[in-house]
Structure formats: C-alpha cells, structure tokens
Design a protein around this ligand. Structure first.
Ligand SMILES: [Fe+2]
Ligand SMILES: [Fe+2]
Length: 232
C-alpha cells in the first residue's frame, strides 16, 4: 500500500480548452496521467488529487473529466482547486453521496491513510490578483475550513496528519503563513500542495523540510504527471 499525490489535471473532455498552448509538457497530458497511474499506482493504493480537476463550469461539463479520474487505479481523494466551479464547498456531502464507492471529496471532513489523518482545504496565497484585504478574508475562511477538517480527524482519534492544500502554503517571499503555523502547531508531518504552473512558479513556496515538516509541490506539470509517493 502507498499514498500518492498529484494535482492540476485541468481536464477538458467536454469543453474546448486545449492545454498544450501552455507548453509541451501539457501535450497529451491525459495520456501521461493514465500511463503513469497504471505504472505506479496499485489497486490498494490511495492518491490525493490536489485540485483543478476540470475546466467545466458546471457538473454536466465535468462528468467525463470525473469519470476519467474515477477510472484511474486505486482509491482517489479529490481536493478543491480554484478552477473547480462544479464543486460548491458547502455541498461536499452531496458530492460524496453522488460518487459513493467511486470518488472521495475532501472538504470540511477528513480521510485516513493507515494511522494518519488526511486533512485539507483549498488554502490561499497572495498573487497580486486581488486586494490584500480580500486575500486575508479568503485565507481566513480557508483556515477555518482546514480547522474543521482537522478537528473531525482529531475527534476520530488521529494524532498525526498529512495536510493537503491546493494553493502553496505561503505567498511568494513569505517565510511563514497561517497555514505553515497551523502545520507546526498540529503535528502535521507533511504539507502537499499544487497550483503552481511553469518553471517560473515552481519555487513560489517551500519544498523539502522546513521546521521538521516536509513540503511537497505536486502540480502535474512540475512532476510531468507522475504521481508523487507521499507515504509507503
Ligand atoms: Fe492549476
Ligand atoms: Fe489552481
């Protein structure tokens, strides 16, 4: 058994959004995802897919993309990305009912892998796309959602955690953030995130060990769409 992570599939089987205009790494990226999952991920394994699943703006435009994910080997846990318009955070329970036995949606809940609680939320980082006040508002709401996820795992008896974010855990040039502080204060062993695309974004935030916590960037183009092993 193993735990893997990979993010930012940006699928578009039902809408016209070819990804190869973002660089050659995106050429036939769906085929790379299938090939790598079949090569590395076994049926008993779990993969957390860290958001930006589909370009579809509503569920009917995402069904094929979600079916693609469903058909990949192993257990799949999905996290919400900034592009996942089909997923209303407040209606995650409904998604979990609709896809029961096929896909798991991580939001205001938790899942487990061996003796780890898998917790997470979209997170947020300042990218100069909104005002700092707006950034703080969204960031604080995301921290609340992360806390709900953590508390549910804690109540269920878990005392060590892997934390998943879609956005990087810090904004560019930040040395810490509410998310890295949360990780330090709550026995989080690893922080896994994606969202960063293109070589100029791959160093936006932490990678490797900081304060004893391992940080991993798992955006699809960073890993050439090969799932990253998080735990054996
Ligand atoms: Fe993305
Ligand atoms: Fe994103």
């Amino acid at each position: 058994m193993a735990l893997y992570a990979l993010g930012d599939f940006h699928l578009s089987f039902s809408v016209d959004k070819p990804m190869d205009r973002f660089g050659s790494v995106w050429k036939n990226h769906e085929k790379k995802i299938i090939k790598n999952f079949k090569k590395f991920v076994k049926e008993g394994d779990t993969t957390v897919i860290t958001g930006d699943h589909s370009w579809g703006r509503k569920m009917s435009e995402c069904e094929e993309d979600l079916k693609f994910i469903e058909d990949l080997p192993g257990r799949k846990i999905l996290l919400r990305g900034n592009h996942d318009m089909f997923w209303d955070a407040k209606k995650t329970e409904k998604l979990n009912e609709k896809f029961e036995g096929r896909l798991l949606f991580l939001q205001n809940n938790f899942f487990s892998y061996e003796d780890y609680g898998l917790i997470g939320t979209k997170g947020y980082a300042f990218e100069n796309l909104d005002t700092y006040e707006h950034y703080e508002k969204i960031r604080d709401r995301e921290l609340e959602r992360l806390t709900v996820s953590y508390e549910k795992a804690k109540e269920a008896g878990y005392d060590k955690f892997i934390m998943f974010l879609h956005y990087p855990p810090t904004s560019i040039d930040e040395q810490d953030s509410v998310f890295t502080n949360f990780a330090k204060e709550h026995n989080v062993k690893k922080v896994i995130y994606s969202h960063c695309h293109g070589v100029e974004r791959f160093d936006d935030s932490f990678k490797g060990y900081v304060d004893g916590i391992e940080y991993k960037l798992v955006s699809g183009d960073y890993l050439n769409f090969r799932p990253e092993k998080v735990l054996d």
